[in-house]
Design a binder for this molecule. Structure first.
Ligand code: PEP
Ligand code: MN
Length: 364
């Protein structure tokens, strides 16, 4: 086996027809459903200048009984897309059988989906199957759980199989609780991936992050501004009738308008280590503020409860317990005692202030 290069050495992807420095845009339906839907969408996208067409054939679905893709039957449809439009084609592979079938059919780019990236056994099987196919390009989506090491591990396994045409796709992370997006972006994770693999192409998939078509454009702009090298966008000729991910797919016409409005700024600081670290700081602050806002809203609910039950706002024993527990937890995380104390004090003060306001607001 030849010596493996490290992720630090992985070079940017080059796609015929896409100038270096321009975003690589991959578009196409979540799933290929019929030959007509696949070809209609592909022709419309090709006319907008897209060079890589995506369509899922084997679909990982959360629950049984949903549409699980057309499977091998769709491979000739992708071959037609290739020969008629000249676009490269890509589909998701999750098993060795998928890899074999896609390679035999001449699929140019394989992508590994989020559920598969989370499973090192499956990734290793795929990597073994890719040995000797160093002409293929592989995209590795982030795992469903926010674990950078798992993402890096999957990329390394594919790289170790000799696949150097390798790139990553950020599609957000599953998370419990209500969020505006379908998947939590946790931008600091792809930013840290960028720092560890500074030249490797990293694309953003705004469709799966946002989960709704109205989020595709703002998330795409945000991704380009943050230094992602391109986008993977789900596009369907009739999104409302799509058999999977209907709410997040856009028509080729809407896609064209999005592309026209996107501003591509030059000089994204992709090699600048300090900028990458600062992006992570910005994202952490953003999360901190969101958590603080959520905490205050819980606190106001508690305020209403106290008011309804005629309880005092400040309960000194509870405050002492909270403070003690937070200081202990903080110190296991390496935070100095007085630092944690000051922060909890400030939060508690604001919390009390908001609850007192509620109490004194006599009309509600
Ligand atoms: C997809 O791209 O259609 C898909 C299933 O993606 P993910 O693995 O990101 O959920
Ligand atoms: Mn999808």
């Amino acid at each position: 086996m030849s010596a493996t290069i490290s992720l630090r050495e992985v070079a940017p992807l080059s796609i015929p027809g896409v100038e270096s420095g321009s975003p690589i845009v991959i578009a196409g339906p979540c799933s290929a459903e019929t030959e007509e839907q696949t070809l209609d969408t592909a022709r419309a996208l090709s006319a907008t200048g897209v060079k890589v067409f995506r369509a899922g054939l084997w679909k990982p679905r959360t629950k049984p009984g949903s549409f699980e893709g057309v499977g091998d039957k769709g491979l000739p449809w992708l071959q037609r897309v290739k020969s008629e439009t000249g676009m490269l084609v890509t589909t998701e592979v999750a098993t060795v059988e998928h890899v074999r079938a896609a390679l035999d059919a001449g699929v140019d780019i394989l992508w590994v989906g989020a559920r598969t990236t989370a499973n090192p056994f499956a990734i290793q099987d795929i990597a073994d199957q890719l040995q000797g196919h160093d002409e293929v390009t592989v995209l590795v989506k982030n795992p469903v759980n926010p674990d950078l090491e798992l993402w890096l591990g999957a990329l390394q396994r594919i790289l170790s199989a000799g696949v150097t045409r390798l790139a990553a796709v950020h599609r957000g992370f599953s998370s419990a609780g209500a969020h505006i997006y379908r998947n939590d972006p946790q931008w600091h994770i792809p930013f840290e991936l960028r720092r560890r693999a500074p030249h490797m192409t990293i694309l953003c998939d705004p469709s799966h992050i946002g989960g709704k078509r109205e989020f595709v454009e703002p998330l795409s702009q945000l991704a380009l501004d943050a230094g992602f090298d391109g986008l993977m966008i789900e596009c369907h000729c009739e999104p409302d009738t799509a058999l999977s991910d209907s709410a997040q797919q856009v028509t080729p016409t809407a896609f064209k308008h999005i592309l026209e409005r996107l501003v591509v700024r030059s000089g994204a600081p992709i090699d600048d280590e300090l900028s990458l670290l600062r992006q992570q700081i910005d994202d952490c602050d953003h999360e901190l503020l969101a958590v603080l806002a959520r905490r205050m809203s819980v606190s106001r609910e508690i305020g209403l409860f106290k008011k309804a039950h005629n309880l005092r706002v400040v309960q000194p024993a509870r405050y002492q317990d909270v403070m003690k527990a937070r200081i202990a937890e903080g110190s296991t995380l390496g935070l100095p005692e007085d630092f944690t104390q000051q922060i909890i004090q400030a939060i508690h003060e604001e919390s009390v202030r908001q609850q007192l306001n509620l109490l004194n607001d006599n009309n509600e």
